[in-house]
Design a protein around this ligand. Structure first.
Ligand SMILES: [Zn+2]
Ligand SMILES: [Zn+2]
Length: 450
């Protein structure tokens, strides 16, 4: 998940969002009866658990883990993906958004559904000593994106083996730069979601048991923005404060005032965060500096709350600095597109997820997740088309506690792979069988000819 930087474009327009409806299963042209439909997730899971498929996924993941690449630099990872797609006979588009690969399985015609994996690593040193430790100093897959790629390739294998059952087209989205680079936004800009009816994405989670999946309808991840302010006064001797305008004191008051935004202005039932995480100013015991730089993050689960925070952060910084006779400039990094929207799961797709995951692992293992204040660039897709994001468990208590994401001690439990691969494949295949886009009269006439 992206807990770091960010991309703007809070107001992406809904480019294409067709109304979806259940097709009547009794009149479905699919060879699967409604009974057959419910069997798909179990069959796919059994397929994914076969030793040859499991070992293959593990091998791919370990190769990627050894050679981590940062956002928009995933050239070797992308090459590995394309080599495997070639071997499976799956066509793809490349390059998309620098290193992205979009595979395609099925009829080539509508409806279209997408399943997505992020490919990028983090700029940090791996501290886990094991056979497949990162070979690149200062770079590490510490968020499980190597596992995500392996599972999406696993799904590709399942789907390609069962391509006769696919009633439409499944796009395999291998996305660059989730960790702050806004790879999702770049893919959207390049038209990847055109005509796509829905998209699914997953993240491995160290806190949930293997064989369990967690998610919910509505918001599951917060919108996330960053701010930085330079508060300028007038430097001078610390013993003669009357000749200076002290930006340290002004910045301190600004920070205290910022803490009132959530505690006094926000609805207590609408979770929000304002954190000042950066404070730089001064270098000597006896010098009042000219200026101080502060910076931090703000988070909320709705666009309205998010934009209100953004507005008030700027107002408070400028106003409070002025009270202390200082000037302030505030930067929200909108140029660098450093805003991520809230991750909001589509209600209809949540029902679909409950049905498919329930059929696969039993509904008692499909649990509600508590929303996180973290953010995920999958949210960009959800601003454009219905999207659904869920977590799959990796925890095995008998093997000890796993570190959480972005830890240098982060480890992936590969036992989760069959579940991720089979869920990706089942969600997409069943979506095409159960949901059909409503077509206009003229389109229907056209389709009648088929
Ligand atoms: Zn992640
Ligand atoms: Zn991450």
């Amino acid at each position: 998940m992206n807990f770091s930087k960010w991309v703007s474009l809070i107001f992406i327009l809904n480019l294409f969002c067709p109304t979806l409806s259940f097709s009547d299963s009794s009149s479905s042209s699919s060879s699967s009866s409604s009974n057959g439909l419910t069997e798909i997730p179990k069959r796919f899971l059994q397929f994914a658990k076969r030793p040859e498929l499991f070992d293959w996924m593990v091998g791919i993941r370990r190769k990627i883990h050894e050679n981590p690449e940062l956002g928009y630099e995933e050239f070797e990872t992308s090459k590995l993906i394309r080599t495997e797609l070639d071997k499976m006979g799956i066509t793809y588009k490349y390059p998309v958004a620098v290193t992205g690969v979009i595979g395609s399985i099925g009829t080539g015609g509508p409806p279209f559904v997408a399943i997505r994996a992020d490919m990028d690593a983090l700029p940090m040193q791996e501290m886990v000593e094991w056979e497949h430790k990162s070979k690149i100093p200062g770079k590490m897959h510490a968020c499980g994106h190597d596992a995500h790629v392996a599972m999406l390739l696993g799904a590709a294998k399942i789907l390609q083996e069962h391509r006769e059952e696919i009633k439409g087209t499944i796009l395999l989205v291998f996305q660059p730069a989730e960790e702050g680079g806004g790879g999702a936004l770049k893919l959207i800009d390049e038209g990847v979601l055109e005509n796509v009816n829905a998209i699914f994405g997953l993240h491995v989670s160290a806190n949930l048991a293997v064989g369990e999946v967690h998610s919910k309808a509505g918001p599951i991840g917060a919108g996330n923005g960053f701010f930085e302010a330079v508060i300028s006064g007038k430097g001078g001797h610390a013993a003669i404060p009357q000749h200076s305008v002290d930006p340290i004191l002004a910045a301190s008051n600004v920070i205290v005032s910022l803490q009132h935004l959530v505690s006094r202005e926000a609805d207590p039932l609408d979770p929000q965060v304002v954190t000042v995480a950066k404070f730089q100013g001064g270098g000597a015991f006896n010098v009042i500096p000219d200026s101080v730089t502060i910076g931090g993050t703000f988070r909320a689960f709705s666009k309205e709350s998010f934009m209100q925070l953004r507005y008030r952060i700027e107002e408070v910084i400028r106003g409070q600095a002025a009270v202390q006779r200082c000037n302030a400039t505030v930067d929200f990094f909108t140029e660098a597109k450093l805003f991520y929207p809230p991750t909001i799961n589509h209600k209809g797709l949540h029902e679909h997820f409950l049905n498919v995951a329930g059929d696969m692992i039993g509904i008692h293992k499909v649990k509600d997740v508590k929303p996180l204040m973290g953010s995920e660039d999958f949210a960009f897709y959800q601003e454009v088309i219905p999207g659904y994001f869920f977590l799959i468990g990796m925890q095995n208590v008998t093997r000890g506690r796993l570190e959480s994401e972005h830890s240098p001690h982060y480890q992936v439990n590969e036992d989760a792979f069959p579940y991720g691969a089979a869920l990706h494949a089942s969600l997409a295949a069943r979506y095409l069988l159960e949901y059909q886009p409503e077509v206009s009269f003229s389109e229907r006439k056209f389709h009648d000819e088929l």
